[in-house]
Design a protein around this ligand. Sequence first.
Ligand SMILES: Nc1nc2c(c(=O)[nH]1)N[C@H]1C(S)=C(S)[C@@H](COP(=O)(O)OP(=O)(O)OC[C@H]3O[C@@H](n4cnc5c(=O)[nH]c(N)nc54)[C@H](O)[C@@H]3O)O[C@H]1N2
Ligand SMILES: Nc1nc2c(c(=O)[nH]1)N[C@H]1C(S)=C(S)[C@@H](COP(=O)(O)OP(=O)(O)OC[C@H]3O[C@@H](n4cnc5c(=O)[nH]c(N)nc54)[C@H](O)[C@@H]3O)O[C@H]1N2
Ligand code: SF4
Ligand SMILES: [Mo]
Length: 686
Amino acid sequence: MEAIKSTLKYVPTTCPYCGVGCTLNLVVNDGKLVGVEPYKRSPINEGKLCPKGATCWEAVQHPDRLTHPLIKKGDKFEKATWDEAIDLITKKFTEISDKNGARALGFQTSCRTVNEDCYALQKWARVAFQTNNVDNCARICHGPSVAGLSLSFGSGAATNPFEDVLNSDLIVMWGSNAVEAHPLAARRVMQAKKKGTPIIVVDPRYSATARLADTWVRFTPSTHIALANNMMYYIIREGLEDKEFIKERTKGFDDLKMMAEKYADATRIHGVPQETVKDIALQYAKAKNAVIIYCLGITELTTGTDNVRSMGNLALLTGNVGRPGVGVNPLRGQNNVQGACDMGAYPNVYSGYQKCEDAANRARMEKAWGVKDGSLPDWYGSTLTEQINDCGDVIKAMYILGLNPVVTYPDSNHVKRSLGKLDFLVIQDIYWTESCQYADVVLPGTCFAEKDGTFTSGERRVNRVRKAVDGPGESKYDWEIIGMLAKKMGLKGFDWTSAKEVWDDMRACTPSMFGVTYEKMEKPESVHWPCPTEEHPGTPILHCGKFSAADGKGTMFGLEYRPPAEVADAEYPYTMMTGRLIFHYHSRTQTDRCEDLHREVPESYVQINTEDAKELGIRQHEKIKITSRRGETITTARVTDDVAPKVLYMTMHFNEGVNNLTNTALDPMSKMPELKHCAVKVEKVA
Ligand SMILES: Nc1nc2c(c(=O)[nH]1)N[C@H]1C(S)=C(S)[C@@H](COP(=O)(O)OP(=O)(O)OC[C@H]3O[C@@H](n4cnc5c(=O)[nH]c(N)nc54)[C@H](O)[C@@H]3O)O[C@H]1N2
Ligand SMILES: Nc1nc2c(c(=O)[nH]1)N[C@H]1C(S)=C(S)[C@@H](COP(=O)(O)OP(=O)(O)OC[C@H]3O[C@@H](n4cnc5c(=O)[nH]c(N)nc54)[C@H](O)[C@@H]3O)O[C@H]1N2
Ligand code: SF4
Ligand SMILES: [Mo]
């Protein structure tokens, strides 16, 4: 009998969806992806995957992929050659920058694509056009974490690794629905629960994660600061603050104490009975090692940065930072949102958070990048949200690499109007998205399975992404496209021939990541930055012994509660909250192209309380119209007590969905829009 010849190849790589950064094997047969198999040596997920990871290969070879550059001629897009597309883009960007200056261009980079692509885009923007108008999707995600944790601890990143919850004596999950949004991080919480570790979930909604909790605290949406201050009042009143830690390692206690006293009884704001506030406060303060895990329930509000600092306050007050089992951990959202920020795709920093305003940093980068002394800008660039608001006014041309603003940014009608005002828009994606029709040029990049590179997960672990198959048609690596644009402009320092060369270019000018080499990343556990030298083992836990702040101290802040920018009133009597579900990822360009995921949730819906539904005469699964001051959407009602009366919850995954309603009001510190809170009215559709 003839032996069956197997051409199967297993390529270990990192999941392209959430910031947990699970390792998986892509299975390749004859140059085609045929499946995903577990990679059991990964200390992150130990071979387990959630439904998105397990199906991630399916969307890669979908016939809808972009295969050629497209240029808009009249109101139609026509196939173009790479030469034509590169010529046109460099000509237009140069013209517009010559005429209107460096502030007229906007660059926005994906948190879905590899670090190497993000580094390439910000380098091109800064070197070619002397602009700091470069930002990434963290702005509408964990921007407040970067801002808030930097102020509290001196570093904007998560303090402890995911599996470290197994060392905790109490886990607080605040505004995080990790069971659906970070399933393999939630698995660690479930393991801790099995060991008997108590879990407190603070969420206005009875979410999948709330169902895990020993104590679920329902509070009035977006009143975090009042609740945290009220908790700290009890901790201080009972003398449970960590006096030695406060004295040795922090500042700002007096401000905090004075503020907390004003919130001795804040039930009228946050809606939680005082017995419960006192109970969770004392549980947190008395636990030997307590960790706070938080997510977008905290950040996506106009008080985002202060909400994050409130989490910092709680941890500093009780000495819960800087050792195993404690800390404040934002669950970073996208597979590479940590990385996009680390790479300097941010309007005020180069890679490794080196501030652009610092003349010594600029001089060092000018030397590293081989550009004229004094040419790099010192000003704070325009953020992603401000760039959209300024389209047609200050911003004339924009380059969007791997984002889908029409679906995911607040107030879709405003986004469409803004993109329509640009003189020139380039979108580089892997599919034709809802945003592409506003572009002048659409370029085909390659996806995670078709390129080498790295993603940095929410625990600052830099994970390898490995090429398994070729990209479709004439698609190119995203960094390669940026390199072509730069070289067309005659710029030096962009002739990389591999992702590793881009990474080494970055490493050479980034002290905190110099020691993170591709060789080190070959190990299943890879490396956590900071890692300043090649001999350095990496840093899984931050702030041990000393905070990263210049003076080595953690800072507590007295923070006043502020209501959301738009609250329910007689005309718009409902509060709309927004979020995710396990089967879909953002604008669904990938997950909706996986049959099994599509089938689970094929269309949008809204959660509405039983009492409200009764009052409005709305039955289960009936169509309803929801209207805000900015737009409307029609969706299906899911009548449930998981949301409180007068509170609605809709996922963000659907076009012409919840972002038709949301508010563009910004958090003054981080420029985060209020994606999680707006006022709406509800009507039955006849
Ligand atoms: N399946 C899936 N997983 C994902 C993603 C995805 O699209 N799909 N996206 C990834 C990304 S980029 C991110 S950032 C993370 C997000 O991860 P999470 O932040 O955990 O997910 P969300 O569902 O957006 O929001 C979490 C919770 O915030 C609530 N919430 C809590 N407190 C408040 C409040 O005071 N006010 C309001 N209005 N809401 C509150 C909601 O009830 C919701 O349960 O998920 C990542 N993982
Ligand atoms: N109302 C409301 N709105 C929200 C949120 C919310 O909770 N509520 N959450 C916000 C958050 S946290 C986030 S992170 C944003 C997400 O917002 P977006 O980043 O705009 O959402 P995605 O759908 O993930 O878009 C990523 C795009 O990149 C493309 N892509 C994927 N991989 C690659 C690649 O390798 N190369 C290239 N060139 N393209 C690629 C995909 O096809 C897709 O079009 O949405 C925000 N919007
Ligand atoms: S938990 Fe996140 S990283 Fe892990 S398989 Fe699911 S989506 Fe991918
Ligand atoms: Mo996000």
